[in-house]
Design a protein around this ligand. Structure first.
Ligand SMILES: NC(=[NH2+])NCCC[C@H](N)C(=O)O
Ligand SMILES: [Mn+2]
Ligand SMILES: [Mn+2]
Length: 311
């Protein structure tokens, strides 16, 4: 894959674990990275011929401030801000070294770090956001106050000012963002998406056109000449709960096992994918079989991002 890769300088992957749960209320999602790695992900990459490095960030919970009052509707803003700020620098550095950056969440607020880091290194990149949810609430629009529902409003500059997130630069232009898999979008988010003209392929479109056409149309929108770096942020709740049950906000009617994999494979095939996030795996939810299934699918999505399915 890397021999034809257009941006990476070597067949090298930097795996960044972010054991963080502060962007939403359920504990357990901080165990996502360790479980994915225990499952053998790093060995699998090495077998695929990747030079593989791994940082778990096991001490990020130490960044939790003593006091972190709700501010402008957001819960734990200082904690989320401190963690994502630190991790964004780490991801920026890895991306600048020309390595593929694979980030294992943690909840999806961690995208504040991944997108900031990746777009810092690749200002022309585009972002494919695979999710049941749009995660583009602003501090003013969020009903839940959970920051995992808000990262894209900060990253695009749509969010109103928030004192704790001044450091987040609006590096993501709305015409470089595309969604796949949406099916649980808040009314306020629908208005944001419409007003900003953001391209979104919901499950309705997946049913109507098929996943092959949807990925093609999505890439035609954000990357018409197939010459820009791609960042894929994959929330496992985009998958149907029968495929990935162990996640904090499951929504029925999601992507099949193959549709989820197809997205990763088709984007890997472009030779433009520079970074991927596997987010919201929560090994504390559901029974042992469900956890196994979710961890296994998380690993196989990651391998597909690195070109496993390419012959
Ligand atoms: N990353 C996620 N799972 N996000 C779910 C967000 C749900 C809802 N839209 C909210 O703002 O709270
Ligand atoms: Mn989601
Ligand atoms: Mn999400």
């Amino acid at each position: 894959m890397t021999s034809q890769h257009k941006f990476l300088t070597s067949k090298s992957v930097s795996v960044v674990g972010v054991p963080f749960n502060g962007g939403q209320p359920r504990t357990g999602v901080e165990e996502g990275p360790i479980r994915l790695v225990e499952f053998g992900l790093l060995e699998q990459f090495r077998e695929m011929g990747y030079e593989t490095e791994y940082e778990l960030n096991e001490n990020i919970a130490d960044l939790r401030p003593a006091e972190d009052p709700d501010t402008l509707n957001l819960k734990q803003p200082k904690y989320v801000s401190a963690v994502t700020r630190v991790v964004s620098q780490q991801i920026l550095k890895r991306a600048q070294e020309g390595k593929f950056v694979l980030t294992l969440g943690g909840d999806h607020s961690v995208a504040l770090a991944t997108v900031s880091g990746v777009f810092g290194a690749y200002p022309d990149a585009c972002l494919v956001w695979v999710d049941a949810h749009a995660d583009i609430n602003t501090p003013a629009s969020t009903d839940s106050g959970n920051i995992h529902g808000c990262p894209l409003s900060f990253l695009t500059g749509i969010a109103d000012q928030h004192p704790d997130f001044d450091w987040v630069q609006p590096l993501l232009k709305t015409n470089r963002l595309v969604y796949i898999g949406l099916r649980d979008v808040d009314e306020a988010e629908k208005k944001i998406i419409r007003d900003a003209g953001i391209k979104a392929f919901s499950m309705h479109h997946v049913d109507k056109f098929g996943i092959g056409q949807v990925v093609e149309m999505a890439l035609n929108h954000v990357n018409p000449n197939r010459d820009l770096p791609i960042h894929l942020s994959f929330d496992v709740d985009a998958l149907d709960p029968s495929v990935a049950p162990s996640t904090g906000t499951p929504v029925r009617g999601g992507l099949t096992f193959r549709e989820g994999h197809y997205i990763c494979e088709a984007i890997a095939e472009t030779g433009l994918l520079v970074a991927a996030d596997i987010m919201e795996v929560n090994p504390a939810l559901e029974d042992t079989d469900s956890v196994f299934q979710t961890v296994q699918v998380g690993c196989s999505l990651a391998r597909c991002c690195l070109g496993e399915a390419l012959l």
